[in-house]
Design a protein around this ligand. Structure first.
Ligand code: DC
Length: 210
């Protein structure tokens, strides 16, 4: 039982994926963390971010059980991750590990950019979660301010757009909805409403599959 959730940065797919996994008792993997963990390992070791063979070696060593979201969420790690995420051999290594995770019983929810298109094309349910760049930047801004930090909305907005361009523009596994994905635009939707919509899509798929 695999649920694939894709979408651009800060669209709310992580929160949605966690809630779905919790509601159904499934395992959850934020695949962005696998790219982030690879990038962090390179940065920590003082290794270059533009050498594909070295990056692939690091990707093969990533332990999916030890991914720490708090540590890996740092901005500079995200930037470094998006650079190595364009490398085909890094993607191949991480996709292999992600596919193994997807086989976990009783089910798995994976979120990322290419889950429905590349990692798990046979997933039972595919959701493509999106929101306008303005709304995503505003959410990220509020998240930082609420956590007591200081943030610059314009810089975040530019960052969101740059990240979109990199994710959608790369040759290998660009971000795009799978043909059979349900599109969920959360620009004007609360996370609770998005969750309820996702749940009804999943319920319908589960009963078709029973
Ligand atoms: O979702 P995130 O910000 O944690 O992702 C970090 C980077 O990894 C981002 O640039 C997109 C990339 N990524 C990817 O290419 N494929 C995935 N399945 C998940 C993330």
């Amino acid at each position: 039982m695999i649920i694939a959730i894709d979408g651009p940065a800060a669209a709310g797919k992580g929160t949605l994926a966690r809630r779905i996994a919790e509601a159904y008792g499934y395992h959850h993997l934020d695949t962005g963390l696998t790219y982030r963990a690879t990038a962090k390992a390179l940065l920590d070791a003082g290794l270059p971010l533009d050498d594909e063979a070295i990056a692939e070696g690091m990707a093969r060593k990533v332990d999916l059980a030890g991914l720490d979201r708090t540590v890996l969420s740092r901005h500079e790690i995200g930037e470094a991750a998006s650079k190595i995420a364009v490398m085909p051999s890094v993607r191949r290594a991480l996709v292999e590990a992600q596919r193994r995770f997807a086989q976990k019983r009783p089910g798995a929810v994976l979120d990322g950019r290419d889950i429905g298109t590349v990692v798990c094309p046979d997933a039972l349910v595919k959701l493509y979660v999106t929101a306008s760049a303005e709304v995503r930047a505003k959410r990220r801004y509020e998240e930082i301010v609420e956590a007591g930090g200081s943030a610059d909305y314009d810089a975040i907005f530019e960052d969101v757009k740059r990240r979109d361009e990199r994710d959608m523009g790369r040759t290998d596994s660009p971000l795009k909805p799978a043909e059979d994905a349900y599109l969920l635009d959360t620009s004007e939707m609360s996370i609770e409403a998005a969750f309820q919509t996702a749940k009804s899509i999943i319920e319908a798929a589960l009963s078709r599959n029973a």
